[in-house]
Design a protein around this ligand. Structure first.
Ligand code: HEC
Length: 166
């Protein structure tokens, strides 16, 4: 992980970007983790068996990897947030499905050493905006259902294209 960090710092400096901040390397104990509401979009999904809409968001590391199509595997320190809302029909447009009340925000954190027993991902959720990681036994149930995506580093989400193909 250290190596990746150094590489990322070197690249950031090389690009002359001013966007570097401690936020980029947030560790699970960091209060920055509680700011998932401001993270950028990786994708969206709709579960028609559960009547819910989801936004899949990423921290800076995950977003960078996604935009560069380097997600096999996702880099160490990637955090993916899944924010879930009940769905409702838009009151002024019957064909539009929009979010209703907030339902849950779940997390996957890439740390291959710490979470080796669950495929290199820690599983957790935000409770009142604070990230709580699940104990290993519960994380194993999450991991179990993410098994079909083994070849995609256990991640169901396909990063949504952000522009039309040329
Ligand atoms: C019964 C199967 C199942 C279980 C159990 C499950 N997941 Fe998932 N998970 C999915 C599916 C399917 C998706 C993709 C569809 C979607 O966006 O909801 C997904 C997506 C996610 C995502 C977005 C990243 C990705 O892989 O696409 C996160 C984060 C996530 N799950 C966290 C969890 C956590 C935390 C647990 C355990 C508390 C868990 N999941 C348990 C099926 C499951």
């Amino acid at each position: 992980m250290k190596k990746n960090h150094l590489l990322a710092i070197a690249m950031t400096v090389a690009l002359g970007s001013l966007s570097f901040s401690a936020n980029t390397f947030a560790e699970p104990s960091s209060p920055k983790l509680n700011e998932y509401v401001d993270w950028r979009v990786l994708s969206v999904s709709h579960r028609n068996d559960k009547n819910t809409l989801r936004a899949i968001l990423g921290n800076d590391i995950a977003i960078k990897a996604s935009r560069e199509n380097k997600t096999k595997p996702w880099p160490e320190g990637s955090i993916i947030a899944k924010v879930v809302w009940k769905e409702r029909t838009h009151p002024n447009w019957g064909a539009a499905i929009v979010p209703a009340e907030f339902s849950a925000a779940e997390a996957m954190i890439k740390d291959s050493k710490k979470y080796a027993s669950t495929g290199g991902w820690g599983y957790g959720h935000w409770v009142n905006g604070k990230l709580e990681m699940h104990p290993e036994a519960k994380a194993k149930t999450c991991y179990g259902c993410h098994q079909p995506m083994k070849d995609n580093d256990y991640v169901y989400t396909f990063s949504a294209p952000m522009k039309a193909k040329k």
